[in-house]
Structure formats: C-alpha cells, structure tokens
Design a binder for this molecule. Structure first.
Ligand code: ZN
Length: 716
C-alpha cells in the first residue's frame, strides 16, 4: 500500500501563481486564502520543508478549493497558448504546474492518514465530489488534449530524447485511456458513467460497512475457551461500548474474526462467526451487493466500449507490466495447481491432528485456522514471544539504515531536535545524504506509533519527489506504522511479521530516495511493479549482517541464535496452501468478472461456477468473496489489479535468487549497484520489463516464487 500513484491526471493538479485575466479581480476572501499556510512555499532548511507545526484543519477546505482553482487556471493558460504546441510549452509546463496543489495535498494527506478527526472527515466528504469534477475538467479539456496529441504525433515522426519521449507517451496514454479522444456525445456519456459508478462504489462500501457493523457475535463467560487474554479484554471492552456490559463481542471484521477462528474452541460459534464474515454484502436484503456489482460491471464495460476495447481488463492492463489479462491469468493458473495440492496436504495434516485429539469432525472452512494453528505448534515449535525478544524497533531502524548504507550508499543522520517541523511529537526526522560526497538526498520522517485519528496498517508516502528539470528537488519521504508506544525507557519489541513490514515500507522509501528522474511524471508507479522493490527489501531482515548486529536480545544483548533463525525460515512456508489459494481465488475472480459478458450476469452463479471450474477446495473460501471485494468494487484502484501482488512477487523471488547466487551474497557490491541503477533509480522512466531485463539479463521466471512458497517447480 503505500505509495503515491502519480497518475498524470493527478500531477496536472497543479498551478503556478496564476495570472489569467479572471485572477486579477480577487475578492477579499480569495486574498485571505492566498495567505493560507497550506498553499505557501515551503521554507527553512533542506530545500524547504512543510510547515507541519502550523497547519490547521480550518485551513484545509479553503486551501484545496483555491489550489484547484489556480490549477485549472494554469491548465487553461497551457491549453490557450497561441504558440504552436511543443514539448516545452505544453508537456513541460504541465510537469511544472501544480506546485500549490501538491503542497496543499501533502497537508491533506497528513490529515486524512495521520491526524484525522470527525471535523476533517466532514471536509473530506464535502471535497470528494469536487476532486472528481476537478480531475474530469482536466482530463476532458479538449484544447489541452489537442496540444498533447500534436506533440505526441510529432514525436512519432521525430522521436524526442528518451526521458522526454517517455513523459509524452505516458501523458498521451493517460488522456487517451480516460476518453480525451471521444466525440462530445461520447464524452458526455463517459462522464455520466463515471458519476454513476462513483455513487455505486460508495453504496457498495456502505453496504459492506453495514454488515460489518451489524453482525456482532456476543459471547458469554463460558464461551471464551482458547482465546488469549488480550483478545478477551478487548472483546469485553467492545461489548461494553455497544451496551452489552458483561458480554464479549466478536465483531464482523478481519481483525476480530481471524484470531477468533484461530483460537476459539467453540466450533458452533466459529461457524457462526465465519458465516457472518463471508456473507458480508450477500444477505439477500437491502444491503446485498450482488445486483450492484452486476451494474458496476455493465457500466465499466460500456465505458471501455466507448473507447473501442472488448473488456475492462484489456483496457486496464495495457499500461501495466503484465500488458494483457491473458498474461496475468497465465501466471495465476501456473501457480494454482500447486496451491490447491498443498491445501490437500494441509487438510490431511489438520485432520490427523483432529483425529488424534479425539475431535470427531471433518475439517470445514471454520476449522481451518484453528487446526492449522495446532499443526504449526506441533511441526515447528516456534514461540513467537521468544522471537520478539530479538526484535527491538530502534535496532530495526538502525538495521534498515545499515542496509541502505551498504546497498544505496546512503547515510541517515538524525536532524537537530526542532530544526524540522513535525505534526506530532512522536515523529522523528533523519537527513539522508550520500555516504561519500555528503550531498543531501532528502529527509526521512518516521511516524511509528498508533494513536487516535491515525489509520491502521503501515504505509510510505512522499511529501516531495525527486526531479531535476526545474532545478534539483530533493526527496521528503515518510514511513508510518501503528506500533503501540512503549512506556518511557522501555524497548519496543515487535513480531517477525511486523519487522518484515517495517522493512517493506522502508523499501518504498528507498525507492523514492533513489529516484534519478528528470520529470515528476516519471516518479509515478506501475501497479503490478511497484510492490516489487518493497517486497525485495524485506529479504535483508534475515541476512547474517543484520541478525548478528541488530537482532540482539533485549536483555542479554546476544544475537538471535542460529537455531531460532532456522526455525523461522523453516516455518516460513507453513500454511502457504491456504494463503496462496485464498488470495489466488480472489485474484482470478477479479480478472474473470471483468472479462465476462456482463449483460445478464448473475454474480452468485458466476462465482460458484468459476470456483467449480477451478476445483476450489471446499475447506476454504476466497480471501475476498465477490459481494465484499472492496479492492475491486468500492473504487477502481485494484479492479483487475489484485493479481499484481503475485506479479511483483515473481520478480521479488527471482531477484532474491540473483543475490543468493552472487559472490558477495546479499551485499554483493556489483549486483547492489545494478539493482539501484535499474530497479530503483529509474522509477517509471524505463519500461518495467525492460528494467528488469537490464538487471537480470533475462525475464523473471516463476520457478523462484514456487521454491519460495515451498511448491514444486513446474516442468518447462
Ligand atoms: Zn507496499
């Protein structure tokens, strides 16, 4: 999750101090908003930094409104330029525009992710439709598109320098994909469809949310068997908050359902919790999503048909690394048989455990997590509490900086206290420099702890991205997590999974810092490629250098014993049948739904038939059943893109093997330099497939991924 998709449209969201005629007659209100702190240039050290200490929620709405207005004025200036269109006066101006919008958006992002409040959420919902309108005004600006097209057409005759050509190609493609070439009538229908879709997306999300909030399972004191103390405590609190004092609430969310199914000894209740969860959006009532999904699919199909495509998947994947839905499906179907074969083995192991302990049952979906946990204990004897003793957050932070030093030649130095404004006292800032030259690369902000108003999970963002076309801009990047803040003076110990995620997000940050692109558009990401760099960096957590120096026991200071490391590695493929199968079933469904004829589609029947064709094991469901698949139906972010996690993971596993085989292993200087040069620094300046080939000397193969997951490698 994590990084800032700089679609071109978004980067047009831009302006300069605009000086079009309508700007000269400012009202008093506009003058005030121009003093708005969120719009002001960033001042201070390190190339200027956001004034996080001065931002206020009251400033958000006027700032965003003004930023959009200025931005549109600027787009008009570009579109109405009387000079013939050139790269410089059209494309480069578009790259330049939007500074104020970018700055205001940085603060907006902090409010929405790190510092939200009921007050802010209200502003957010007021602004959401305006943002959408704003983007349409740019993507459907006919004069602007004609200028872009003229530059693009000319470049097909006389190519531009590589990086300029790439910006032109990406910009043109983005406009073309969003309907810029349609005639007026079709454009109108296109915009209508988008508007209809946006309200269907909202209804879809609200329906799922309704079912998450309204199907609570209350437990009594005698129904707590197997549950951990922490779980019981929080379940009691939730029940009390819901007015059911003395009971224990299992809510209908993944974070509540998953541990309950893993530990509860109450089989009937497990079944009930399981059914509630996997029926979200599918309860044949007014909150049922099935018809809504059919309508979404029909509208998406109609929209891409206006553009001349056969189906949504074909339209969506053309600028992804996979290129076509067939390529994505080919990968998924290559892994699928091994995944379901592994499920069969896992179920057999679980059944044996159940039989041995005298449980007279056949493994059902609501038993999977419960018996898998028993098998895990028996087979791997891995004590997660013991592992935690070696994972102190401060040491992990130093370990990441060490890795960045060895691979990227970056040095991380804490900035003097108070020299860089932060939005919360817990946020710490480091200066990033080139280890040899001392040259500034940027600033790294770390916001590690959970607090009210901060969204859950972990992510990385940029406040400013690298570019050079208009003078060198350094990078301001951040990592954000939700660790529970320790008592003063106490070490914060985290799980192996959390340590891995911490490295993952730092991989995104390094991807930002390593950028050497000239134009902002080239900082953008490709959805099925951009998790690769972050997944790759995770693998340095378990390198000897990191273990020996940084994974040391919180009390004894001794490094993690080799035996424990071996246990962790051995356990890493445990339950891979379950996780790969539940993921792939959803990813394949996502793709097939968007390739099918939506005219009279019955979603429920389609899901059942597709799973039958796949020979989906009966003992587990899709990770996201269709009526609750928010990635795909509460917006378009991950529609026909859910496969992307595995696509990126193929590259990850394959690249990791290159390091494992290199003379200097994971710290091989030559290979690390190649990695930075081809996989990180170009960002989207080179076609991802080409970039990977330059690194590896060939395309990635799925063999390494199969080995990583403990699956047999398919024969050639
Ligand atoms: Zn990520």
């Amino acid at each position: 999750m994590t990084f800032r998709f700089r679609i071109i449209i978004a980067s047009l969201i831009l302006i300069m101090a605009a000086c079009t005629p309508e700007e000269t007659q400012k009202t008093a209100k506009e003058t005030i908003t121009d003093d708005n702190i969120l719009l002001q240039p960033w001042t201070g050290p390190y190339g200027g930094v956001p004034a996080f200490d001065k931002m206020t929620v009251d400033a958000v709405k006027p700032a965003m409104l003004r930023a959009m207005e200025l931005n549109l004025a600027d787009i008009d200036t570009i579109a109405n330029n009387p000079e013939p269109p050139t790269f410089e006066n059209t494309i480069e101006e578009m790259e330049r525009a939007g500074e104020e919008y970018d700055r205001a958006s940085t603060y907006y992002g902090i409010f929405s992710s790190n510092q939200s409040s009921p007050e802010f959420r209200e502003i957010q919902s007021e602004l959401a439709p305006l943002f959408s309108e704003f983007r349409s005004k740019i993507s459907q600006n006919e004069k602007l598109f004609q200028r872009i097209k003229t530059v693009y057409d000319a470049s097909q005759e006389t190519p531009l320098p590589d990086d300029q050509q790439r910006v032109v190609d990406l910009t043109y493609k983005q406009f073309e994909m969003n309907g810029a070439e349609l005639n007026e009538a079709k454009k109108e229908r296109y915009a209508e469809i988008n508007k209809e879709l946006s309200s269907l997306y909202t209804t879809f999300s609200n329906n799922v949310l309704h079912d998450e909030e309204n199907y609570v399972t209350y437990l009594t004191e005698d129904q707590l068997g197997g549950l951990t103390e922490g779980y019981i405590k929080s379940a009691a609190q939730i029940a009390a908050d819901k007015g059911e004092e003395g009971k224990y609430a299992v809510t209908n969310t993944r974070s509540s359902m998953d541990p309950f199914l893993t530990y509860s000894t109450e089989r009937e209740l497990r079944k009930q919790v399981w059914e509630n969860y996997y029926s979200r959006g599918d309860n044949a009532d007014e909150y049922d999503n099935n018809e809504l999904i059919a309508e979404i699919l029909r509208l998406r199909r109609e929209r891409v048909e206006l553009l001349g495509y056969d189906n949504y998947a074909e339209w969506r994947l053309q600028d992804r690394m996979a290129r076509t839905p067939e390529n994505a499906i080919e990968l998924m179907e290559a892994v699928w048989p091994a995944a379901i074969a592994r499920v069969e083995e896992e179920v057999a192991d679980m059944q044996a455990v159940a039989d041995k302990s005298g449980d007279d049952i056949t493994i059902e979906p609501w038993d999977y997590r419960y018996y898998a946990e028993k098998v895990r204990k028996e087979k791997y004897d891995l004590d997660s509490d013991e592992v935690k003793q070696y994972l102190q957050l401060d040491n992990l932070t130093e370990a990441m900086h060490y890795v960045a030093g060895r691979l990227f030649n970056f040095a991380f130095t804490p900035v003097p206290e108070g020299s860089v404004p932060v939005f919360h006292e817990d946020v710490k800032v480091w200066e990033v420099t080139n280890k040899d030259t001392g040259e500034n690369v940027g600033l790294w902000y770390l916001d590690p702890y959970a607090r009210e108003g901060k969204r859950s999970g972990a992510w990385a963002t940029t406040y400013r991205s690298y570019s050079t076309f208009d003078g060198v801009k350094n990078v301001l990047a951040s990592n954000n997590s939700n660790f529970v803040k320790p008592a003063p003076g106490e070490a914060l110990l985290v799980s192996w999974d959390d340590a891995t995620t911490f490295f993952h997000e730092f991989g995104h940050a390094l991807h930002f810092f390593a950028s050497n692109v000239k134009y902002p558009t080239l900082d953008g990401g490709v959805r099925d490629y951009t998790e690769f760099q972050s997944q790759l960096l995770e693998r340095w957590l378990s390198t000897d250098e990191v273990i020996d120096h940084y994974l040391v026991h919180s009390e004894t200071g001794k490094p993690m014993p080799a035996e424990l490391v071996a246990k962790i590695k051995k356990a890493s493929t445990f339950n891979e049948g379950f996780s790969t199968t539940e993921y792939l079933a959803s990813a394949i469904m996502d793709m097939k739904l968007h390739m099918a004829d939506p005219d009279s589609i019955d979603i429920d029947a389609f899901e059942r038939r597709t799973l039958e064709e796949l020979a989906m094991p009966e003992e587990l469901p899709m990770r996201h059943r269709t009526p609750q698949f928010g990635h795909v139906f509460s917006g378009e972010g991950y529609a026909t893109a859910y496969y992307g996690y595995m696509w990126a993971d193929v590259l990850t596993s394959d690249a990791v093997e290159a390091f494992a085989e290199a003379p200097g292993g994971f710290y091989d200087e030559e290979l690390a330099a190649k990695m930075v040069k081809y996989l990180f620094a170009p960002r989207n300046a080179i076609d991802p497939a080409e970039a990977y080939r330059l690194f590896r000397g060939r395309d990635a193969k799925i063999d390494a991924l199969m080995r990583d997951r403990g699956f047999p490698v398919p024969e050639e």
